[in-house]
Design a protein around this ligand. Sequence first.
Ligand code: FMN
Length: 184
Amino acid sequence: MSDWFEGLDTTLGMVWSQIEAAGTRAPARFAVFASVGRDAGAEARMVVLRGSDRQRAEVCFYTDLLSCKVGDLAQNPAATLLLWLPELEFQIRLRVRAQVQSGAQVAHLWPDIPPASRRAYGGTPPPGTPIDAPADHDPTIDPARLAVVVCGIDQIDTVCLTGPRHHRALFLRADGFGGQWLAP
Ligand SMILES: Cc1cc2nc3c(=O)[nH]c(=O)nc-3n(C[C@H](O)[C@H](O)[C@H](O)COP(=O)(O)O)c2cc1C
C-alpha cells in the first residue's frame, strides 16, 4: 500500500484534512500570512486560521480592521499562507487573493469570540503606531474593529520530506486543482 504523499489526490486530501482540522486546535491552525507591504517589500506575520470551505477553495482568519495588513491588502490582494505540519514533515503553501470583510458582514461572528480573544480587536492608538511606553496604549475592545480576511486559494504548492525522496506537487484553481508533480 502506498503512502498518502505518493499520490496527487491523497496529497490534496491531506491538505484539506489538515486545514479543516484547524478549527479544532490542530497544528495547522497557525499559519504565516505574507503580503506585499506598502513601504518595505514583503511582510509576514503569524495568524490563526478560523475557517475553511473546500468547495469554494477558501480559508479565513480574523484581524483588526486598522491593522497594517488590511491597508496592504487594499493595495495588493495577492498574498501567501504558509503552513508547516511537523509530524507529517509537510509544508503547504497557499497562494491566495485576500478580501477583507467588516461591519455588518461579520458582526454575527462577535458573540462566538471568547472574551479573552476580543482584546485583539480595538485599542487606541491603532496597531503599529509608535508609543512612548506600553501603558500608553488604551486596550478598549471595539467590536466594529473585527475584520475577516477571506483568502481565495489560486494555487496549492506542497512539499513532503518524509520517505527516501521528497515529494512536491502543485494544484491550480485554474485547472480544478487536478495536481502536477514538481521537482522538489
Ligand atoms: C501565534 C500568533 C497568532 C496570531 N494570530 C493572529 C491572527 O489570527 N490575526 C491577526 O491579525 N494577527 C495575529 N497575530 C499577530 C500578528 O502576527 C501581527 O503581529 C499583527 O496582526 C500585526 O500585523 P500587521 O502589522 O502586519 O498587520 C498573531 C501572532 C501570533 C504570535
